[in-house]
Ligand binder design. Structure first.
Ligand code: CTP
Ligand code: MN
Ligand code: MN
Length: 443
């Protein structure tokens, strides 16, 4: 493991953050479009299997659309899987291959989509009702997370189920593959995305020590800080630490604009006990005045001596370019990705730090985003997450209401107009959805 005192060499030219940018892989099999069912598989496992398949030239769709040709599931209960599939009801359900994970592992091993054999198929045996069963419909759970209330407690339940049901040994083998373990390790560093991780792996590097000892490796400023504060920023941030940071940010904001609006967002707004960072939205009640807000806050934090790292991205927001029909990983608001120094004395109950750590402070990742006030509700809804909840909300808007929702706006394609909102409740109402509280958005 990497130990913090090693200071990486500095290179002046800084490259843009890439951590969130999906990498583009060369497509080798145009006719095959996979969809991996997250149920039973879990999110991180699904994401690693997706990466693996894409790296081998497969197309993997994030959503179950009519274009999908192969649905792959780790769910051994055929009836519940088919019930779920029918609820999603892609038009081509009759022609799509519904396959066991063994088809996936066989294909990964071969490096090409193998022919579908009977042993790969998950048969639809749902229509036969058990004898004596009444025709009372089973309560159905909506496929859209925005029509469900998912608290952090639900999560623990799902997690327990996963542990109980066990997993395919073949998949474990795929994921224990040295390449994937190494890529996972490398991408755990702040500022290191899949592309850089892959490049390092190809050069034969396998550990942090390898990377830091290699003279040909150049780290950008974000990655240098990622290594420098690795132990701290890979350690979860506690609720008490988030609360303390809220006070610190609030004071920095009030010193500039007493009337500013500051809201905690992200996982902590959803009531999570721990997070990988702390997210805030900040704006001014007067439209346009928010422009100088983030640079001023950053300056204030710098003067306090607690700014360890700052990647500021100025706004590229332009109402004239909305609505956007293509998927974008990032919104266009001004934002900054920070690493702040948090003193133990400022946290109720002390820091969430490693045993034996007596520094009296820790580094914490903080995100600030600053939309114009008339975009506030959309930004707040978008940054509260969870990512799954947001995906489903957008899909619901698109599929059920012919509307486009993103962090900037809600657009009604039928009426050809933007729908205004000052609160999240307004947005849910426009979408014809019951309001879901932030702590019920933990899908
Ligand atoms: N988000 C976004 N655009 C970004 C980054 C994040 O819209 N460029 C949104 C995502 O929808 C996400 C939320 O902001 O749900 C918070 O992002 P993140 O901090 O990565 O996730 P959390 O849900 O807060 O989880 P954690 O507790 O691990 O930080
Ligand atoms: Mn977060
Ligand atoms: Mn964040």
């Amino acid at each position: 493991m990497f130990h913090a005192p090693i200071v990486p060499r500095v290179r002046k030219r800084s490259r843009p953050a890439e951590a969130d940018v999906p990498r583009r892989e060369e497509v080798k099999f145009e006719d095959v479009r996979l969809y991996l069912v997250e149920r039973k598989m879990g999110r991180s496992r699904r994401s690693f299997l997706t990466q693996l398949a894409r790296s081998k030239g497969f197309i993997v769709e994030d959503v179950l659309s009519d274009e999908v040709t192969h649905v792959v599931s780790e769910d051994s209960h055929a009836s519940s899987l088919w019930k779920w599939l029918k609820e999603c009801a892609p038009k081509n359900l009759k022609t799509v291959n519904v396959l066991d994970i063994s088809w996936f592992t066989d294909s990964m091993r071969e490096g090409r989509p193998v022919a579908v054999e009977t042993r790969h198929l998950i048969q639809d045996n749902f229509p036969t009702l058990p004898e004596g069963s009444t025709s009372t419909p089973v309560t159905t759970v909506s496929q859209y997370a925005c029509q469900r209330r998912t608290t952090t407690e639900n999560h623990n339940k799902i997690f327990t189920e996963v542990l109980q049901c066990g997993r395919s040994f073949e998949v474990e083998k795929l994921l224990s593959d040295e390449r994937y373990q190494t890529l996972k390790l490398f991408t755990s560093v702040f500022g290191v995305g899949p592309k850089t991780a892959e490049k390092w792996y190809r050069r034969g590097l396998r550990s942090f020590t390898d990377i830091l000892a290699d003279r040909s490796v150049h780290l950008n400023r974000m990655q240098q800080n990622g290594f420098l504060h690795y132990g701290d920023i890979t350690r979860a941030v506690s609720k008490a630490e988030a609360r303390s940071l809220r006070t610190i940010i609030d004071e920095a904001v009030r010193a500039i604009t007493p009337a500013a609006i500051l809201a905690l967002t992200g996982g902590f707004r959803r009531g999570k006990e721990f997070g990988h960072d702390v997210d805030f939205i900040v704006t001014t009640p007067e439209l346009g005045k928010e422009k100088s807000l983030l640079p001023n806050i950053i300056n204030g934090l710098k003067k306090q001596g607690i700014l360890l790292f700052c990647d500021y991205q100025a706004s590229t927001f332009d109402m004239a370019k909305l609505p956007s029909y293509r998927f974008e990983a990032m919104d266009h608001f001004a934002k900054c990705f920070l690493i702040l120094r948090l003193e133990a004395s400022q946290v109720e109950g002390g820091l969430h730090s490693a045993d034996g750590d007596s520094r009296g402070w820790r580094a914490v990742r903080v995100d600030l985003v600053s939309p114009p006030v008339d975009r506030y509700a959309f930004a707040l809804l978008g940054w509260t997450g969870s990512r799954q909840f947001e995906r489903d909300l957008r899909r619901f808007a698109r599929v059920k209401q012919q509307m486009i929702l993103d962090n900037h706006c809600l657009y009604d394609k039928t009426k050809k107009e933007f729908l205004a909102a000052t609160t999240e409740k307004d947005i849910f109402a426009h979408l014809g959805l019951e309001y879901i509280e932030p702590w019920q958005r933990n899908a």
